[in-house]
Design a protein around this ligand. Structure first.
Ligand SMILES: Nc1nc2c(ncn2[C@@H]2O[C@H](COP(=O)(O)OP(=O)(O)OP(=O)(O)O)[C@@H](O)[C@H]2O)c(=O)[nH]1
Ligand SMILES: [Mg+2]
Ligand SMILES: [Zn+2]
Length: 385
């Protein structure tokens, strides 16, 4: 990383940028481009401040052999999986084949990215493997068309064996600029893509297991790299599930342009477009260009957000009744409740809790299956110094 390129990205009061962590140490790129291995000052730990890749930090370099991180500048953006701060763009690597195309995962990722205020670029990787075969009803070119024009997401396809596609990706990244992180399942070809963009990076890659059709979690740590032409981009371990803590189910539609309509068109002001009778979006599925599978992914996310909202509601009611004696549960804090269909609204608490428990178990089960038991980036990142 050259000094000039690195320092351009620095806020004036920062001494360094955390580019990765390993074992007990954080690697910090300084203003002059030099790399210094650092530990976190005990005071930061006492204050509960953890250091994350992408953080701008202040340093104490009085010891010659290593540095100490003394302060962390407030991040402008945060992403929890992969854990990284201060990025502006997310390159979502979606393998067309090997591992199997998983558009549910793509829509979850896109939602998380968009609702986090970051900008996505969707890249279908491994475009050399049977691009004209239909998957979930469409060829690669057709899916690209759908995501570009209906879902309004910038979309590219790449193959590491096709120099033209890599040049196209490089040109797009350079045109957009900013600080990037790669996201996508293990084996999607994230590290391979970075090696193709800049062969000097020499990142480790590994074959997708033929038996399970999954990646092997080759990349174990998130690392912010600078490519030959000065682009800051982080490689990250593959993951399948995301920590979703969505505030409001109604916000999910902001990530699905197909599900946005004016209030005149839908009979309900805050329509979730899930179970409401006469909802125009529900009626438009398949008939007017809203793809059934994409709508299903939307509904899944809304239900997940609803489950989260029920939990929070339940918890806040418990707190209210515990702290405000004599006040009925229903008389507690006013909560902005979204409109539910009568079935959901009338379901009793016990049923809700059972449904939520099932949903949580389902999510946990898939997370454990897909993440692999040996992989826990959070645990790795929570090392104490
Ligand atoms: N056919 C084909 N294979 C590719 C392409 N890109 C990557 N691969 C292969 O896919 C496998 C996985 O690639 P990686 O780059 O290790 O994937 P990753 O997303 O970094 O995986 P993790 O580090 O485990 O998250 C390797 O065997 C690569 O050679 C591509 O464009 N076409
Ligand atoms: Mg990798
Ligand atoms: Zn509606």
């Amino acid at each position: 990383m050259s000094p000039t390129q690195t320092s351009q990205a620095f806020p004036p009061n920062a001494d360094g940028l955390v580019v990765t962590y390993f074992s007990d140490f954080y690697s910090v790129r300084k203003r002059d481009g030099a790399l210094v291995q650092c530990k976190r000052k005990a005071l930061l730990k006492k204050q509960g401040l953890s250091v994350v890749v992408g953080d701008f930090v202040t340093l104490d370099e009085s010891e010659s052999s290593m540095g100490w991180i003394t302060g962390i500048l407030p991040p402008t953006t945060t992403l929890s999986k992969p854990k990284i701060h201060n990025i502006s763009h997310v390159l979502i690597a979606c393998p067309w084949q090997e591992p199997q195309l998983d558009l549910r995962q793509v829509d979850r990722l896109l939602t998380k990215v968009l609702l986090s205020g970051l900008s996505p670029l969707l890249v279908f990787t491994k475009a050399d493997i049977h691009p004209n075969d239909a998957q979930h009803g469409f060829t690669l070119a057709e899916w690209m068309h759908y995501y570009t024009y209906t879902a309004s997401v910038p979309t590219l396809s790449t193959s590491i064996y096709d120099a033209e596609s890599i040049d196209g990706l490089k040109a797009t990244l350079n045109r957009i600029g900013g600080r990037w992180v790669l996201a996508g399942v293990s084996g999607a070809g994230k590290s391979s893509l970075l090696n193709a963009i800049d062969p000097q990076l020499k990142l480790r890659v590994n074959e997708v297991s033929h038996k399970g059709g999954r990646g092997t979690h080759t990349t174990r740590h998130t690392e912010l790299l600078e490519t030959l032409n000065g682009l800051l981009i982080a490689d990250a371990p593959g993951f399948s599930q995301l920590d979703f803590s969505l505030d409001e189910p109604i916000s999910i539609q902001n990530a699905f342009p197909e599900c946005q309509v004016s209030t005149q068109q839908c009979p309900y002001e805050d329509c979730l477009h899930v179970d409401e009778q006469g909802c125009v979006i529900k009626n438009a599925v398949e008939t007017e260009g809203i793809l059934k599978s994409r709508y299903e992914h939307y509904v899944d996310l809304v239900k997940e957000a609803l489950a989260g909202e029920h939990l929070r509601l339940d918890q806040s009611q418990k707190t209210e009744s515990a702290t405000k004696q004599g006040k009925s549960k229903k008389g507690g804090k006013a909560v902005n409740v979204v409109k539910l269909n009568p079935e959901l609204r009338d379901a009793n608490r016990k049923e809700n809790r059972q449904a939520l428990k099932k949903l949580e178990q389902h999510i946990l089960h898939h997370q454990r299956l897909e993440d692999g038991l040996d992989y826990d980036e959070d645990a790795l990142n929570d090392e104490d110094f």
